[in-house]
Design a protein around this ligand. Sequence first.
Ligand SMILES: CC(=O)CC(=O)SCCNC(=O)CCNC(=O)[C@H](O)C(C)(C)COP(=O)(O)OP(=O)(O)OC[C@H]1O[C@@H](n2cnc3c(N)ncnc32)[C@H](O)[C@@H]1OP(=O)(O)O
Length: 438
Amino acid sequence: MPSAVRDAYVLGGNRLPFARSGGAYAGVSEQDMLTAALEGLVARFGLQGAQLGEVAGGAVLKLAGDLNLTRESVLGTPLDARTPAIDMSKACATGLETVTHVSNRIRLGQIEAGVACGVDSASDAPIEVSVRLRRLLHRLSRARTAVQRAQVISGLRPGDLAPLPPRNSEPRTGLSMGDHQAVTNAHWGITREAQDELALASHRNLAAAYGAGLLDDLVTGYRGLGRDENLRPDSSMEKLAKLKPVFGTSNPAIAEPTMTAGNSTPLSDGASSVLVASRQWAEENGHAPLARIVDTRIAAVDYVHGDEGLLMAPAYAVPALLDAHGLGLEDLDLIEIHEAFASTVLTTLAAWESEEFGRERLGRQGAFGSVDRSRLNIAGSSLAAGHPFAATGGRIVATLSKLLHAQAKQKGKVQRGLVSVCAAGGQGSVLLLESDGK
Ligand SMILES: CC(=O)CC(=O)SCCNC(=O)CCNC(=O)[C@H](O)C(C)(C)COP(=O)(O)OP(=O)(O)OC[C@H]1O[C@@H](n2cnc3c(N)ncnc32)[C@H](O)[C@@H]1OP(=O)(O)O
C-alpha cells in the first residue's frame, strides 16, 4: 500500500486545431472530437491496448444524452476498454481540474498513469424545451391508453413548443461574462489600446509558435483543419481599432465600452488531452517527463453580494499558490493567464500591481507584484487559439510543459511555470509546473 505522496508528471498532450463556432467542426459531435483528441494521444505515445488508471474529461456545454461522455469516448479509442473514465465540470476551469484530478490520483498512489481531457462545441450547445413541454412529454411517456395520451396532448399550448436557446449569462445576475468583465475593466481603467495590443500579441505569438514547430507534436490536424481556425496572423492594431465594442454597451455606468470581437475569445469548438503519469510509469514505458505538476489552488469571489469582478478569482488563487511555496511572481519563468478576454488578463495584472488590492483584498503589506510581460503567454493564448471551454486547460498545460522543458534544457536549470484560468460563477483554478529539462 503506497503511503507517501509522490510526484505526477506531464508527459505530453494532443489536441485538435480549435475551430470557430459554426466553422470546420459545426457538424461534429463532442464525443467524436474527444475521441479524435484521445486517438491522437494514443498514437503519439503508443498506448494501443494500454489499460490506464483513469481518463478524466468533461464538457461545459454538454447534451443530456452525453451523460458518460468521457467513457464513451474512451471506448471509441484503441485504449484497453477496461480503462475507467469520469466526467467532470467546472466551467472554463474544467480542463485544468481534470489535470488536477488525474495528478492527485497519481500522487496518492491510486493509479500510475491517466489522461486529462476536455471538449466543447459551441456549435452544438444544448437547446432545451420549455419546462411545460418537458413535463408533458414525461407524462406522455407514462400514458398507457390512447385516451390518456389524448388527454395529455390536449394540454399542449403553442407557446410550449418554443425552444430555449443556450444561456449565455450568469444565472444570478443575468449578465453575460463579457458584460461582467466590462464592469471589472472599467473599474481598473484598462484602455482599448492595451487590450488590442494583448490580442495582437496573442495572434503573433501563436503564429510564431506554429512557425517554429512548437505545436508539431501537440496538435493533430482534423477535418481539414491544420491549425486553429481563429488564428489571424494578418491582424493589426489598425484592424482591431475599427471593431465595434460588443460588451458593456448597454451599461450606463460604462462611458466608453472597449471590449470587441477582436479582444474577446470567439465561441469555439475543439478538444484536448494530456498524458499524466508517475515517474516510474514514464520510465517503464520509455517516456521522458516534460514537467512536474507541483501544486494547484482554487479560489472563488463573491461577485453576487460583493464588488468583486466575476473573473477575478485567479487574482486570489495565484498568491495563495505561490505563498505556499515561498515564491513570488518574479520566480516564475513562464506564465499563461487564460485570455478569456484581453481584459481579464490585464485586470488581473492590475490587481496584483495595486497597493490597495494587495493590502485590502489580499491582506499583504502592499502590492503582490508585477509580471514580466516577456514571460507571459509567449506562445499565444485563447484570443488567438480560440476557447472551447473544457479544452482550454489541457491546451495550456501541454503547451506550457513543453515550453518549460525546452527552456530548462537550453538554460541548464529548473524552470517554473504558472497556469491561471478564470471560470464562470466567480471561480478560478491555478496550477504550478516545474521542469528540469531532462
Ligand atoms: C467560460 C468561463 O467559465 C470563463 C471564460 O473563459 S469567460 C469567456 C467566455 N467566452 C465568451 O463569453 C465568448 C465571447 N465571445 C462572443 O460572444 C463572440 O465571439 C463575440 C460577441 C465577441 C463576437 O461574435 P461575432 O460578432 O460573431 O464575431 P466575428 O464575426 O467573428 O467577428 C466580428 C468582426 O471582428 C473581426 N475580427 C475578430 N477578431 C479580429 C482580429 N483579431 N483582427 C481583426 N479583425 C478581427 C472579424 O473579422 C469580424 O469582422 P467582419 O464583421 O468584418 O467580418
